[in-house]
Design a protein around this ligand. Structure first.
Ligand SMILES: [Mg+2]
Length: 349
């Protein structure tokens, strides 16, 4: 089938769940084909990303045909190569992610199968979730078996004690088998991370996430050797298999967390998972409970663990996609619908 229309839009978000940033700058990409199928993708990069899709990728895409994952991969390679002068990482690849996901969605719809079935014959359909957000009690009430606390370093003397108090309560809520995790959003340094690992050792954390920045791979590698049992996780700010190849060489993380709407879409995700297998690294995609990452988890060697970002209890949120599976009792189902199984809808024009 041939690509006839390419359009990226930036939704008018009203209620973004409070997080590290007020906005994730997610864009929507819509691709139409001459066979009447419309593919939707979710990318990053906000208004700047629209310029890349509508101002550059569109002319490269219009008229191209694709009927297989391999042909989507060659389109990906072409867009990547053409955007090298301003791309390789960051917004250009966030834009490419949205295009890639829209192509996979359109192909799934054309074939009448979910994206996970296009990726491979293996299928996980009922996937364990963990919840990210500030309300740990609510996560336990909802039936999750894992919880992740967003945390920015306070630099205060009491930081370790405050986290220990939280962890003590979380451990009693989630029991000895529950997964406790903390994401410091790059706000610790080497010494702080080591000190916190020691202070929190008794609570048996599953991972510490994004303790250092992506530019501190060497320090993180040294940390990985020094830190003991807790896993180091990260990678949501890394892009494409080339970026993850550098991560692999640095041997700095136990768990990779590519964001499928930022790192280059499903095409990049498949390559990253293959690379991870070669290096015995586990992959738990960032925001893997959203359909884009969920189909990669379902069809590949990713851990059976999907992140659900809950925001605060009773907090208003924008519904961008309709038809997405809803987690229940700590699990989420991969629905047997063509493509990613969602349509643009809900609150967003
Ligand atoms: Mg994170």
């Amino acid at each position: 089938m041939r690509i006839t229309t390419v359009e990226a839009i930036y939704p008018d978000y009203q209620h973004v769940a409070p997080s590290w940033r007020t906005d994730l700058w997610q864009i929507v990409v819509r691709i139409e084909t001459d066979r009447g199928h419309t593919g939707y993708g979710y990318g990053g990069g906000g208004l700047a990303s629209l310029q890349i899709v509508n101002g550059h990728f569109r002319e490269l895409l219009t008229g191209r045909s694709f009927d297989s994952p391999e042909e989507i991969a060659s389109i990906w390679d072409h867009l990547y190569a053409e955007s090298i002068p301003y791309g390789r990482k960051g917004i250009a690849i966030m834009a490419l992610s949205g295009v890639d996901l829209a192509l996979w969605d359109a192909l799934g719809k054309a074939e009448g199968v979910p994206v996970c079935a296009l990726i491979s014959g293996t299928r996980k359909s009922h996937i364990r979730c963990y919840a990210t957000g500030p309300d740990t009690e609510w996560h336990a009430e909802l039936g999750y078996t894992g919880t992740k606390r967003p945390h920015r370093s306070t630099g205060n003397r009491s930081e370790g004690d405050d986290l220990a108090e939280w962890a003590d309560n979380a451990r009693s809520l989630f029991g000895p088998e529950g997964l406790l995790m903390i994401d410091t959003y790059m706000s610790w340094d080497y010494e702080t991370t080591l000190a916190m690992a020691e202070r929190l050792e008794e609570f048996n954390f599953h991972w510490f996430e994004d303790v250092l920045t992506p530019d501190h791979m060497e320090e993180q590698s040294a940390l990985k050797d020094a830190i003991g049992d807790v896993n180091l996780a990260g990678g949501e700010h890394e892009f494409t298999v080339w970026g993850f190849r550098d991560l692999a060489r640095s041997n700095s993380l136990d768990i990779w967390q590519p964001d499928i709407t930022w790192c280059g879409g499903i095409t990049a995700g498949i390559r990253i998972v293959d690379l991870a297998r070669q290096h015995s690294v586990r992959v738990v995609p960032h925001r893997g409970g959203e359909v884009w990452g969920l189909h990669l988890i379902a069809a590949t060697d990713c851990e059976e663990l999907a992140e659900v970002v809950t925001g605060p209890r009773n907090g208003p949120t924008d519904i961008v996609w309709s038809g997405a599976p809803v987690p229940r009792d700590g699990f989420i189902d991969v629905l047997d619908r063509p493509g990613f199984g969602v349509e643009l809808g809900g609150d967003i024009p």
